[in-house]
Design a protein around this ligand. Structure first.
Ligand SMILES: C[S@@+](CC[C@H](N)C(=O)[O-])C[C@H]1O[C@@H](n2cnc3c(N)ncnc32)[C@H](O)[C@@H]1O
Length: 223
């Protein structure tokens, strides 16, 4: 069975062109603004992409360039050692919180559905194994922070995340791997109170990224 005929094959594929309730803007009235960032095709046909209003009619490359000028100095990595549907969620959230980069470790293929095409606006890097990820992070002076509720982890709720850091999340099946735990400067856990052993990896990634935002982001620059 392939992804093409597997569960969910009848659902619409990932798209940045929102289906359902229309969003966005129609054709731009003439005369068009004289702005090289704008895409004549979008000006002519309208722009229903899943982008904030400030980027309406902008070429994708212009949006990426603008994001690049403002990206936060944290990065995220997710270990792709299972058939993990959460990676798309991590990528989309990394886009929302403007992470500098997203790293996928292990399998090169990942389920893009949850990303809602936000990966087109992110810098997504693949690493065959944890060693390659850690070498890359060390080369750019990032503090590696493993995120998992494992023995030795310190509570995220009372720990300040380093500003220049790489947050690493484990696969849904096995959690964070031993090489990541050993290579991380610290491991943080998210407090839980119910019966389940863990929260969904995509949810954990959102909580951890937002902890970084609460500590380090300049909220005056948020949309
Ligand atoms: C479903 S968990 C699996 C591992 C989990 N330690 C367990 O024993 O079941 C998948 C990933 O989500 C993240 N995660 C889930 N719950 C977490 C929590 N309470 N604190 C920190 N990370 C968590 C971690 O990155 C973890 O590797």
């Amino acid at each position: 069975m392939t992804a093409a005929d597997g569960p969910g094959a009848d659902l619409p594929g990932p798209t940045e062109w929102v289906t359902g309730e229309p969003v966005g803007v129609g054709p731009h009235p003439r005369p068009w603004p004289d702005d090289a960032r704008l895409d004549p095709e979008l000006l002519s046909s309208g722009d229903a992409r899943n982008v904030v209003d400030a980027y309406r009619y902008w070429r994708r490359e212009a949006i990426v360039a603008d994001l690049d000028a403002r990206r936060h100095p944290f990065e995220v990595a997710i270990e792709n050692f299972g058939h993990d549907a959460n990676i798309g969620t991590v990528v989309r959230t990394a886009n929302a919180f403007l992470a500098a980069r997203v790293h996928i470790v292990g399998r090169r293929r990942w389920n893009r559905r949850g990303a809602m095409v936000t990966d087109r606006y992110q810098h997504v890097h693949h690493h065959p194994d944890v060693d390659a990820l850690l070498t890359d992070a060390a080369g750019r002076g990032l503090t590696v922070v493993a995120v998992d509720n494992v023995p030795g982890a310190v509570p995220l709720e009372t720990t300040e995340l380093p500003r220049d850091c790489l947050l690493v999340f484990g696969a849904e099946s096995g959690g964070i791997t031993d090489p990541t735990r050993q290579g991380a400067a610290l491991t943080v856990s998210i407090a839980q109170f119910g019966s389940t052993r863990s929260v969904n990896a995509g949810v954990a990634a959102g909580i951890a990224m937002h902890a970084w935002i609460r500590t380090h982001a300049d909220l005056r620059t948020a949309w």
